[in-house]
Design a protein around this ligand. Structure first.
Ligand SMILES: NC(=O)c1ccc[n+]([C@@H]2O[C@H](COP(=O)([O-])OP(=O)(O)OC[C@H]3O[C@@H](n4cnc5c(N)ncnc54)[C@H](O)[C@@H]3O)[C@@H](O)[C@H]2O)c1
Length: 356
């Protein structure tokens, strides 16, 4: 799916930490197609990352600069920061489940790794633009939002269309704490040191190059499992609701935000498909059944720590600041990802649990 190209912000390379991951690969591809130099910095720890990097190289050749490294390494990060104009900081320990298994590692990568990057940006003395990918998990389990349970989904009891940035922060789970810490550091470095940075608190992103697992990337995970005719485990009752955002729309938002820096520096934005693009887990299963002509096998497990029963972003602050609106609806996006998975099944890396 294509959306309009945003002109390059500068001739300097864009650095994408975590650039071989799902969102990073889509972003790198888009920037390279628009003629911008891109440097990918990734430790390739995520299953599927090496595959994505091979795809980027096959598609864009030597125009993809790659440096293998960890955000915990100050020396490697300093080298890679070199002459870059913008940093999209995506590298992270990405799952709540693995953060519970190893909270120290989660903190070291997400919180300390982000602080490493901020300090190095400060050290350069240059106005490097920074877009940081935070998460809706910074708002916690949203127990303060009374819900009504319908047959296939939860819904707020009051007239609430989405969660905006004024909602109180409440970090739940080590992942929520480490990403929330990084989120607050980025905002504070913008305030205190004038770093040209913005924070995206992202809901559920989905699209091509996503090798979703049971731990993270549930839309892709459900589609992959169903195509492989393997059972899908639903933790909780399946009525949890999320707003989905197709990755192309997210990238459009990244680029608009980059173009609107520094007016929006020091601000956080909730971003997702918003109230018009919501789905529950069991509603996704229904869609999959309709696409495949039969229902996948479902197994139920216990509720997971910090799992929000209902989370829908109110992305209107970003719309007011940049004019951004999502263009790809849930139905079209899911169909497109379903087709992409089917086309790429033979070459896709074997599914593995994140962190194992
Ligand atoms: N996908 C979503 O729905 C979603 C939602 C909210 C926030 N986010 C955030 O967006 C970012 C990108 O997510 P994604 O879905 O593309 O995840 P992903 O796992 O596909 O990509 C993350 C990349 O970071 C790399 N990485 C992990 N640890 C690293 C380290 N210590 N040093 C260097 N590289 C490392 C991995 O190898 C991987 O390529 C993450 O920060 C994530 O927390 C994603």
């Amino acid at each position: 799916m294509s959306v309009s190209l945003v002109p390059p912000a500068s001739g300097r390379p864009a650095l994408i930490t975590g650039g071989a991951g799902f969102i990073g690969t889509n972003l790198a591809d888009r920037l390279l197609r628009g003629g911008r130099p891109v440097r990918v910095y990734d430790n390739l720890s995520r299953p599927g990352a090496e595959h994505n990097l091979r795809w980027l190289r096959a598609t864009h050749g030597s125009r993809v600069q790659f440096q293998q490294g960890d955000v915990q390494s100050i020396t490697r990060l300093r080298e890679t920061l070199g002459n870059v104009g913008t940093v999209f900081h995506l590298a992270a320990q990405v799952a709540v489940t693995t953060s519970l298994a190893d909270p120290r590692d989660d903190f070291a990568v997400n919180a300390a790794g982000t602080l490493n990057l901020l300090e190095l940006i400060r050290e350069t003395g240059r106005r490097i633009a920074l877009v940081f990918t935070s998460t809706n998990k910074v708002y916690g389990a949203l127990d303060d939002v009374p819900l009504v349970a319908f047959a296939t989904r939860y819904h707020p009891a009051a007239d609430l269309r989405g969660i905006d940035e004024a909602h109180p922060l409440s970090f739940h789970s080590p992942y929520g704490c480490s990403k929330g810490t990084a989120d607050q550091y980025v905002l504070d470095y913008a305030r205190g040191y004038g770093v040209n940075a913005t924070v995206f608190r992202m809901s559920c992103i989905y699209g091509p190059h996503q090798y979703g697992t049971e731990d993270q990337g549930w839309v892709a995970h459900f589609l992959i499992r169903a195509q492989q005719e393997l059972p899908i485990t639903i933790y909780g009752d399946g009525r949890q609701v999320r707003d989905l955002l197709y990755v192309d729309d997210l990238i459009e938002a990244f680029l608009l935000a980059e173009n609107h820096l520094p007016e929006i520096a020091g601000q956080a934005f909730n971003i997702g498909g918003g109230p018009d693009n919501t789905i529950s887990l069991c509603e996704l299963v229904e869609r999959i059944s309709a696409m495949n002509g039969h229902a996948p096998e479902i197994v139920y497990g216990p509720w997971r720590v910090g799992d929000q029963r209902w989370y829908v972003s109110d992305p209107s602050k970003l719309e007011r600041a940049t004019g951004w609106r999502p263009k790809i609806n849930v139905e079209g996006g899911i169909r497109h990802l379903h087709q992409w998975i089917a086309l790429n099944r033979r070459t896709a890396p074997a599914a593995r649990v994140v962190g194992s």
